[in-house]
Design a binder for this molecule. Structure first.
Ligand SMILES: O=P(O)(O)OC[C@H]1O[C@](O)(CO)[C@@H](O)[C@@H]1O
Length: 245
């Protein structure tokens, strides 16, 4: 699934899909939904859209493969801009444990357009932060969210961010850990220069240094993605993605 080929991105961030692609109406997260995890407090709730989530996108002919393997392909569009100086980001969530396992569900992202900052955060038992990594990703980069890590995606750029993910299709995400702390352990705010700056979230009892990494330096969980988009790679070899389940 590629912008310009399978769908076009309108100036307002909504997508127009080619005929033959199954695409639900987008779920929209608005400013009012993000209030509990923002750096700034006392912001008035509003309907301002922040991001659009198209869940379960695929070519009609490919749907049986996704259904058979309980895998979903989503496309998320995060608008550029800031809220009181904080770059627009997803609300963020953790994933539950896989059944009969001590491991939580992972997830696999790919940047289709624009740039992204993925915050990957592991918490300790008391809900404070054990590790936090910021992954800088550009068009074509793939970012694996390993088990045990919650995740937040930030649009740090001045253009629309379009990203895709492959994820197990039946579980419900866990929002409380980030909401309870008013977000991840770091916020990304407008800085003095062109780039933003990370600011520690004081609602965590402990303080952990942020690790900054570039997406291409991260290990990939399967060689099946080499030279292919996540969509193509999954369709070519769905068994190679069974680690998602
Ligand atoms: O649930 P949040 O934190 O708003 O984040 C949305 C993201 O998570 C997903 O639901 C997949 O985990 C995507 O559809 C979307 O990119």
């Amino acid at each position: 699934m590629l912008p310009g080929k399978d769908f076009t991105v309108r100036a307002d961030g909504l997508l127009e899909f080619a005929p033959g692609i199954i695409h639900p109406e987008p779920d929209i997260r608005r400013l009012a939904d993000a209030l509990p995890v923002l750096y700034a407090q006392n912001i008035a709730p509003s309907d301002r859209p922040l991001y659009y989530m198209y869940r379960g996108v695929c070519w009609a002919k490919d749907q049986p493969v996704f259904t058979q393997h309980d895998i979903r392909y989503d496309i998320t569009v995060i608008l550029p801009g800031t809220i009181e100086g904080e770059y627009i980001k997803t609300v963020g969530h953790f994933h539950p444990l896989k059944p009969h396992s001590a491991e939580t569900y992972p997830e696999y992202y790919e940047v289709l357009e624009g740039e992204a900052l993925y915050l990957l955060q592991k918490n300790n038992r008391s809900g404070d932060v054990e590790e936090i990594i910021a992954v800088e990703a550009k068009k074509g980069d793939k970012v694996y969210i390993p088990p045990s890590y919650g995740h937040v995606t930030i649009n740090p750029g001045s253009s629309i961010l379009v990203m895709a993910n492959l994820v197990e299709s039946n579980f419900s995400s866990l929002y409380a850990p980030f909401k309870d702390k008013k977000g991840a352990a770091y916020y990304y705010l407008q800085g003095q220069g062109e780039k933003g700056e990370f600011v520690r979230n004081p609602n965590y009892q402990n303080s952990v240094a942020l690790k900054l990494m570039a997406a291409p330096s991260l290990p990939q969980p399967t060689p099946a993605v080499k030279g292919k988009s996540l969509y193509e790679a999954f369709l070519a070899d769905p068994e190679a993605f069974k680690f998602l389940k």
